[in-house]
Design a protein around this ligand. Structure first.
Ligand code: UD1
Length: 425
């Protein structure tokens, strides 16, 4: 198994890093290719394990997929609308094929994604939304079996109310509504930029989507949708992670190329409160640290609130702050798996329910660490940048799900970091 080895340093990070395309935009958009015949092209796609998993799933379903980063081409094929457990279990977002498949083929059998390292993560809201559009849903032996009205007919537009803003739920039902007859109104939607991006795609395909990125989305379905050619938006979570990297050493001065400051508002506000200077310079975002890190409290919330996907990395930065900070996680239970590993590196963190109380320490110590989710792993790599001596982050396949060439990008900023092969997991 691969590991990442980082030698902590006292010298600041400097230079420019290019932000890759957004994983969480690419995944639903790849699933949206199932809504049409013909060849769709997605550009600016990062080379990541989750992209390969989605490509494998689309191939299994019957489409002809070519991954040649940064371009993924999804060609035609005869689709059998069944997604097996072996593929879905590798990545929860696989459940996003359900809406497109049942809308297009009148029937779909998709494995339930099962539990996940960061909590139970049910899909009840996805299913409730599809039922409102006329699907009959059965759960059988770990599979969701969805059927259109009257034994596989076309879905019908309806009003759908989500009990909580769910990113995947909003996306799944939006995609199904794009081929449904008539108008669908989705209420209490998630407002992430990736949902706005999916709305752009569905419009390019011929549906009429209005309000994506707000809490009420209207979708007028089309009889047929066409393929598309589209370059996806930058990955705001990858950008956020490099913003934190730029905050760990006094004197760091990092330019992010391609990052959208508007999509990172909540994080930027908190980073400025922690003492960072964040400016926009033409197409670049500049992050500078000129003084000590100040302790700042953070509570995760649905977009535009503070992203849960940045909680672990922000907490890592707070481990070195002057004073105390309280980090509260409201989206996922069990999303503090980085805490025991950060503690092993010398961090002072006490867990109280869904909050972590962090007392800044002057220094962290290098260690062998591992994490069982993507963003937790990223926080450990960040910790390695400032810890003394060497940190070895194991089980790098989590990082490879979501960070394109992280070791090369950090090395480009002056970090002492390498990937090593054949390390015990
Ligand atoms: C997406 C992101 C993930 C991010 C998360 C929250 C992708 C591929 N993944 O995950 O990186 O951490 O948004 O920003 O885009 N819930 C239910 N019932 C449902 C659906 C969700 O109870 O049917 C709950 C979840 O358990 C969770 C909350 O709603 O507590 C938000 O989850 P959701 O927004 O659906 O997350 P994902 O789409 O899985």
């Amino acid at each position: 198994m691969d590991a990442i080895r980082v030698r902590g340093q006292s010298t600041p990070l400097k230079g420019k890093v290019r932000i890759s395309g957004a994983k969480n935009a690419a995944l639903p958009i790849l699933c949206a290719t199932l809504l049409s015949e013909g060849e769709s092209k997605l550009r600016n796609v990062p080379a990541l394990r989750d992209i390969d998993t989605t490509a494998a799933l689309l191939r299994f379903l019957g489409r002809d997929v070519k991954v040649d980063a940064p371009i993924v081409t999804v060609g035609p094929g005869t689709v059998k609308p069944e997604a097996p457990y072996e593929l879905v279990k590798q990545m929860r977002a696989s459940v996003l094929v359900l809406g497109p498949l049942v809308a297009r083929y009148g029937r779909a059998k998709v494995s339930l994604p099962g539990g996940c390292a960061i909590g139970a993560r049910p899909v009840d809201q996805h299913l409730k939304g599809l039922e409102a559009l006329g699907c009959t849903i059965r759960l059988e032996r770990g599979y969701v079996i969805a059927e259109g009205p009257n034994g596989g007919g076309r879905l019908k537009g309806a009003e759908v109310y989500f009990d909580m803003p769910t990113v995947g739920g909003t996306e799944n039902v939006m995609m199904a509504a794009a081929l449904a007859k008539g108008r669908t109104t989705l209420v209490n939607c998630a407002r992430e930029p990736e949902i706005e991006e999916l709305g752009r795609i569905l419009n390019k395909m011929g549906a009429e989507v209005d309000g994506a990125g707000t809490d009420v989305i209207h979708v007028k379905g089309a009889d047929d949708l066409h393929p598309f050619d589209h370059a996806i938006i930058p990955d705001r979570i990858e950008a956020g992670t490099y913003m934190i990297a730029a905050a760990l050493h006094e004197g760091s001065d990092v330019l992010l190329e391609g990052a959208e400051l508007d999509d990172l508002e909540a994080l930027s506000v908190k980073m400025r409160a922690a003492g960072m200077t964040i400016t926009k310079e033409d197409a670049l975002m500049r992050v500078q640290r000129k003084g000590p890190i100040r302790g700042v409290n953070v509570t995760t919330a649905p977009h535009p609130g503070f992203p849960t996907d940045m909680q672990a990395q922000f907490m890592m930065m707070m481990c070195l702050a002057r004073g105390e900070s309280v980090i509260s996680e409201t989206i996922f239970e069990n999303r503090f798996m980085h805490v025991p590993e950060l503690q092993r590196m010398g961090a002072s963190v006490v867990l109280r329910g869904n909050s972590a109380v962090v007392q800044g320490v002057p220094k962290l110590y290098g260690a062998s660490v591992m994490a069982t989710d993507l963003r937790a792993s990223a926080s450990l790599v960040l910790a390695g940048l400032v810890a003394d001596e060497e940190t070895e982050v194991r089980r790098v396949y989590h990082l490879d799900r979501g960070y394109e060439h992280i070791e090369d990008k950090l090395r480009g900023l002056g970090a002492n970091i390498e990937r090593v092969k054949g390390v015990e997991g």
